[in-house]
Design a protein around this ligand. Structure first.
Ligand code: GAP
Length: 435
C-alpha cells in the first residue's frame, strides 16, 4: 500500500463517524486524552483481548489467568519502585505554562511560544485517590499504573491453588492509569488504558531461552492477526535505557502513520519483583522445586502489551483506499478474528417479498457470528459501508433467492461474489471465517 497522506486524520474521522472511538465526555468539550469506545470499537477491542487470551491462556497448559483489583495496598508501590521511581522529567514554559517531557524535547524552548522553560523536575505518573471518607494521608491509594503487580502479589495464592509446576505463566488483562505529561495520537498514549500482561515464571538459567521464545511468539501473534510484517520490528533496549527492574528488554514496534512506536515490551525482570514483595510484606515468595529438591525464587519473563495501542495498529494497518471506477473505496482489511462484524445481511430491496427470508437468514447467522442487517440505500452504498467497517462478508438476498433458494456472498477484499445455496450458507461462512 502506498503511503497515504493524512492517514491519521482520516482514521480519526472514520473512527468517530462509524462508531469505533469517541472523545470522552464530548458534549462537555471532551476530557483530554480520554476516549470512549463506540458500538463497533467495543467489539473490536473485545476481539483483540479474546484473541490474546485464547493464544496466551486458553490454548496453553502452562499459563493461567487472573483478574486483580485496580486499587492495591499502598506498600505494593513502595516495593515495586513506582513510588520513588515511576516518574518523567517535567519542564514548564515560564510564559504560557504549558508542560512538556524534558526527554522528548529537541531544544530547551517551549515548542508553542518559544519562551524559556523551567528546570526539569521529576513528576510521578501515578494517579492518587482517597479510600474511605476521610481525605488524610493515611487513606491515600493509587490507581495501578500496570496490571503486573497484581500478579506478583498473588504468586503464592496461584501456585498453591493450582498446584502447577514451573515454568508457569499468570496472565491478566485490565485497566491501568498513568498521569502522562504528553498524550496524543488518538488512543496511542492516554491516561487511562488497558494492558494485556503475562508474567511467565521460570528457573534462573532458563530465563534467556524463554525470553527469546516470548519475543518471537509475540511478534508472530501480530503477524498472524494480519499486521504486515514490514510494519513490525523488534527493538532491543540498550543497557542504559533499561527500567530499574529489567535485566533486558525488547520492544515490538509498529510503523504508525507518524513514526515507529512501541506496541509491546518483553522484559526479563529477573527475581526483582518477588524478592521486593517478600522483603516489604515479610511473606516468602519462593517456589519449592520438587525435582531438584530446592527452594528457589523464580525469574520472570514479561510480555506486556497495550490493548488500545494494538487496536490502533490493527486499524492503521488495515486502512486502505483504492480507486474503484470513478470513486475511492475505503476499506478496512481487518483479519476476520479482529473485525467487529463478521457478516452483513443485505436484502436487495425493502420489498415485502424479500424481507421475511432476509430476516430469517439474519436471525440464524447472528446466533453464531456478530451479524448486522442493512436495508437502506443502494446495494453499492451498503457494500461500501461494510467495507469501511471491515466486515469480511456480505450476504445479499435478491429476488432470485426466492426461486433458487440461494444467496450471493461477497468478499470484502477481492469484492468477488459467489452464489451459495441457503442450506449451505452457514457451513460456507464457517469455512471462510475459520481462524
Ligand atoms: N508491566 C510493564 C509495563 O507496564 P510498559 O512498557 O510501561 O511496561 C506496557 O507498558 C505496554 O502498555 C506498552 O507497550 C503500551 O502498549 C501500553 N501502554 C503503556 N502506557 C500507555 C499509555 N499511556 N497509553 C496507552 N498504552 C500504554
Amino acid at each position: 500500500m502506498a503511503e497515504q497522506p493524512n492517514k491519521m486524520e482520516k482514521l480519526v474521522s472514520l473512527c468517530k463517524r462509524r462508531g469505533f472511538i469517541f472523545p470522552s465526555s464530548e458534549i462537555y468539550g471532551g476530557l483530554s486524552s480520554c476516549w470512549d469506545y463506540g458500538p463497533l470499537g467495543v467489539d473490536m477491542k473485545r476481539n483483540i483481548k479474546n484473541a490474546w487470551w485464547h493464544t496466551i491462556v486458553q490454548s496453553r497448559d502452562d499459563v493461567v489467568g487472573i483478574d486483580t483489583s485496580i486499587l492495591m495496598h499502598p506498600r505494593v508501590w513502595e516495593a515495586s519502585g513506582h513510588l520513588s521511581g515511576f516518574s518523567d522529567p517535567l519542564v514548564e514554559c515560564k510564559k504560557c505554562n504549558l508542560r512538556f517531557r524534558a526527554d522528548e524535547l529537541k531544544e530547551q524552548k517551549c515548542t508553542v511560544c518559544g519562551n524559556t522553560l523551567s528546570e526539569p523536575r521529576q513528576f510521578n505518573l501515578m494517579f492518587k485517590t482517597f479510600m474511605g471518607p476521610v481525605e488524610d494521608a493515611a487513606a491515600i491509594v493509587y490507581m495501578r499504573p500496570e496490571t503486573a503487580q497484581g500478579i506478583f502479589v498473588n504468586f503464592e495464592n496461584v501456585m498453591t491453588s493450582t498446584r502447577k509446576k514451573l515454568p508457569l505463566g499468570i496472565a491478566q488483562q485490565g485497566k491501568s492509569f498513568r498521569n502522562e505529561i504528553t498524550t496524543g495520537n488518538l488512543i496511542f498514549r492516554s491516561r487511562e488504558f488497558e494492558q494485556m500482561e503475562l508474567e511467565f515464571f521460570v528457573r534462573q538459567g532458563t530465563d534467556m531461552e524463554w525470553f527469546d521464545y516470548w519475543v518471537n511468539a509475540r511478534i508472530e501473534w501480530y503477524k498472524k492477526l494480519g499486521i504486515k510484517p514490514e510494519n513490525l520490528r523488534l527493538r532491543p533496549h540498550p543497557k542504559e535505557d533499561l527500567a530499574h527492574y529489567a535485566l533486558c528488554c525488547t520492544d515490538v514496534e509498529y510503523r504508525f502513520p507518524w513514526n515507529w512506536g512501541e506496541l509491546e515490551g518483553i522484559a526479563n525482570r529477573g527475581d526483582f519483583d518477588l524478592k521486593q514483595h517478600s522483603k516489604f510484606s515479610g511473606k516468602s515468595l519462593s517456589y519449592f522445586d520438587g525435582d531438584a529438591k530446592e527452594t528457589i525464587v523464580p525469574y520472570v519473563i514479561e510480555p506486556s502489551a497495550g490493548v488500545d495501542r494494538s487496536m490502533l495498529a490493527f486499524l492503521a494497518d488495515a486502512y486502505d483506499e483504492e480507486q474503484d471506477k470513478d470513486e475511492v473505496r475505503v476499506v478496512l482489511r481487518l483479519h476476520p478474528a479482529i473485525a467487529p462484524i463478521k457478516v452483513a445481511v443485505l436484502p436487495l430491496s425493502k420489498k415485502e417479498t424479500l424481507v421475511p427470508l432476509a430476516q430469517q437468514i439474519y436471525s440464524e447467522l447472528r446466533q453464531t457470528w456478530a451479524t448486522t442487517y442493512d436495508d437502506s440505500q443502494s446495494i453499492g452504498r451498503r457494500y461500501r459501508r461494510q467495507d469501511e467497517t471491515g466486515t469480511p462478508y456480505c450476504v445479499t438476498v435478491d429476488f432470485q433467492s426466492l426461486d433458487d433458494e440461494a444467496v450471493t456472498v461477497r468478499e470484502r477484499d477481492s469484492m468477488k461474489q459467489e452464489r451459495v445455496p441457503i442450506a449451505e450458507l452457514k457451513a460456507t461462512l464457517a469455512d471462510k471465517l475459520a481462524l
